[in-house]
Design a protein around this ligand. Structure first.
Ligand code: PLP
Length: 380
């Protein structure tokens, strides 16, 4: 395919190499080494330290949420955020099947059941129409909470995910969920620095969760953050993720089942340096997206662009091929040329542990699963 070859050349020219080009690489060009060495020199490398506090403050300012809590990774953050939103054993949680496995796993860790609803074609995230249709058919409000009429289980939360940094239609989702008395927890793992109508993603729901894994837009090595505008919930998040220990000079008093989900200070040091450059990373991502937009304009390949009224961090750039055969051919051609590309995730209900979960028709999710591919997204 001529277009595929041209795409490979375009990417190789941009990165000025014919060697292996990964999908997304971290870049350390600011105070990373300085802060990490400072953490080492301070001896505070572990579960408490000044960088953890600084990281939480920075995240409060970036997400514009009142409280941010550092955690060991995004998945554990999602698990705890769901518990804090009121999810308990046997409940149902609405989410999308087109997501990274951590979204569904966080639900399962709470012994709750994912309910997989379709995504929108434009955002690639949870569809407000799908949620509304599902609730109109199955939802029933009793005693201030929503129940599934068919299964009798409580629908305890709704967790949309901002795919590759593209914001979902969060205001519509919030409105529907409010009407049905369902708290929203945003899986904002991929969307740090993305905005929906001038407000940062992650700050809309009852709680939101970011990831700082090595492959995300900025990294702490491994790490995550829970954010919320409810200070009480934020304090509870800190408490639960730090073993639920009551303050005491010397006694060990733990009054409920907590977790050791703390982000080490060493990782927080790296994260602080990365966050200082978040805007630079986003600008460079958007610059690269601009180049891809002009390049793909003259091809039959559709480059996925941000929606009106949103600002995307363009964490992972995505293109849409004609069909599954084209997709497979593109994946094969590019990877053989050492230009790494990957398909979007397999839909969650196709994985063995989630194959018995409820799902709606999934027309859009299946369409996207057959066509969406991530292409080189590292900044120069
Ligand atoms: C990366 C990611 C997570 C989890 O983050 P970790 O820090 O790797 O645990 C959760 N959800 C989505 C959609 C992600 O992309």
């Amino acid at each position: 395919m001529k277009e595929f070859k041209e795409t490979i050349s375009f990417i190789q020219d941009y990165y000025k190499t014919k060697d292996f080009i990964p999908l997304h690489e971290p870049r350390f060009r600011g105070n990373e080494k300085k802060y990490v060495m400072d953490a080492v020199n301070s001896t505070f490398v572990s579960s408490v330290g000044a960088y953890v506090d600084k990281f939480e403050e920075m995240m409060e300012s970036i997400s514009r949420a009142k409280k941010a809590v550092a955690v060991v990774n995004g998945t554990s953050g999602l698990q705890v955020a769901l518990r804090l939103a009121g999810v308990s054993s046997g409940d149902e949680v609405i989410t999308q099947a087109l997501t990274f496995v951590a979204t569904a796993n966080a639900i399962a860790y709470n012994n709750a059941h994912p309910v997989f609803l379709d995504v929108d074609l434009d955002t690639m995230g949870l569809s407000p129409d799908a949620v509304e249709n599902f609730l109109e058919e199955y939802g029933e409000i009793r005693g201030g909470a929503c129940f599934n009429k068919r299964t009798k289980k409580k629908i305890a939360a709704c967790m949309p995910m901002h795919t590759f940094g593209f914001p979902v239609k969060i205001d519509e989702l919030l409105e529907i969920c409010k009407q049905w008395k369902i708290p929203v927890v945003e899986d904002a793992a991929e969307s740090l620095g993305s905005y929906y109508k001038d407000q940062p993603t992650g700050s809309f729901g009852k709680l939101g969760v970011f990831s700082f894994n090595g492959n995300k837009i900025v990294t702490s090595g491994g790490g995550g953050a829970i954010v919320t505008n409810n200070i009480g919930l934020g304090e509870k998040a800190k408490y639960l993720t730090t073993t639920a220990k009551k303050p005491h000079t010397y006694e060990y008093v733990h009054d409920e089942l907590g977790y050791n989900y703390r982000m080490p200070n060493l990782n927080a040091a790296l994260a602080c340096a990365q966050l200082e450059n978040l805007n630079m990373f986003i600008e460079k991502k958007r610059e690269l997206a601009g180049k891809y937009i002009s390049f793909f304009e003259n091809t039959n390949i559709k480059f996925r662009q941000e929606m009106k009224g949103t600002k995307t961090n363009y964490w992972l750039m995505a293109i849409q091929l004609e069909n599954r055969e084209e997709r497979d051919l593109f994946l094969q051609t590019t990877n053989e040329a050492k230009v790494m590309t990957r398909p979007i995730w397999q839909l969650m209900y196709k994985l063995p542990m989630y194959q018995d979960c409820f799902k709606d028709d999934q027309k859009n999710a299946e369409f996207l699963e057959d066509r969406i591919v991530n292409i080189s997204s590292s900044v120069q």
